[in-house]
Design a protein around this ligand. Structure first.
Ligand SMILES: [Zn+2]
Length: 296
């Protein structure tokens, strides 16, 4: 009987371990991801109303309390005041574009000229031991040029990596990307820069953000930018959705048993707080579905 029990136990164990193995092969997904909260910077700077500092501070405190460890709070970094910023900051960001027209209209220079400016920023940051995060806008489409070549994005990522960026965030600024385009883009980028250094920054303008994030997860990306309550509209389409909401991303990851370190209920509470403070409906579907009661 004892022998039988042992065999039985072993069979059960094998059965479950095969099941677990099968499951992870099926998903092939990472077990831990990093979420970069961009609400206080990217989100609020795109809101029409000016947000009082005390509200902003309370919002940031609530985000931190939910477990978010990477919260972007600074505005656009101008090379002129980088040395001062660098002295007090742990991290600075540089913003590149994959399209000439976008660079001209937004930073008033060509893509190549923008790299000359970045060099000054990265050199100042290096001296102060400050990390530099690179952003590339319009990676899946440009409001002026339409399609953007994945090879062009890959080249820019490589330049940013060579300049010393520890992480490069690929922004679908106008939210037009779909999962096939995301996979194609990441395939090209991975030829020049390892995907361990790549983050994706999806906007939900066309309702594709979570699908694109899942596609990126399947490709091996483990860093995702998002904004509580989906703050931040699309500057090129009035009234359109902004960044993918942090609540929705955390819900997705929880469902896939992927750790984020973020308490879903607390981040929902932060989203509700800022939405009511600026008098705007939350852009988070999960926030709306779960309501504010669950935060109590
Ligand atoms: Zn954004």
């Amino acid at each position: 009987m004892i022998i039988f029990a042992l065999i039985f136990q072993e069979t059960v164990f094998e059965f479950f371990s095969h099941l677990v193995c099968y499951f992870s092969q099926l998903t092939g997904l990472p077990t831990v991801v990093k979420i970069v909260e961009v609400g206080p910077r990217d989100g609020l700077q795109n809101e029409q109303e000016m947000v009082p500092t005390d509200v902003k501070v309370e919002f940031i405190n609530k985000l931190a309390d939910s477990g978010l460890k990477n919260i972007e709070v600074t505005s656009f970094v101008s090379p002129k005041w980088v040395p001062q910023v660098a002295a007090g900051a742990e991290e600075v960001a540089i913003f590149g574009a994959a399209s000439e027209s976008f660079a001209k209209k937004n930073i008033n220079c060509s893509v190549d000229e923008s790299f000359e400016r970045f060099r000054k920023v990265t050199e100042a940051a290096k001296k102060e031991n400050v990390l530099v995060r690179g952003y590339v806008s319009c990676v899946l489409g440009c409001p002026y040029e339409g399609d953007v070549k994945p090879e062009k994005v890959a080249e820019i990522c490589k330049k940013l990596e060579d300049m010393g960026c520890y992480e490069i965030s690929l922004g679908d600024t106008i939210g037009v990307g779909t999962p096939g385009a995301m996979k194609q883009l990441l395939t090209e980028v991975s030829r020049l820069v390892p995907l361990s250094k790549i983050a994706v920054h999806c906007h939900d303008t066309y309702g594709q953000a979570l699908a694109n994030i899942l596609a990126a997860l399947q490709m091996g990306v483990t860093v995702f930018d998002s904004s509580a309550a989906g703050l931040g509209g699309c500057p090129y389409a009035k009234g359109a959705s902004g960044n993918v909401s942090t609540e929705d991303v955390v819900y997705l990851m929880n469902g896939l048993a992927i750790q984020t370190g973020v308490d879903l209920h607390k981040v929902i509470e932060a989203g509700h707080y800022i939405s009511s403070a600026i008098g705007k409906k939350s852009g988070s579907k999960v926030g709306a579905a779960m309501g504010v009661k669950c935060a109590l």
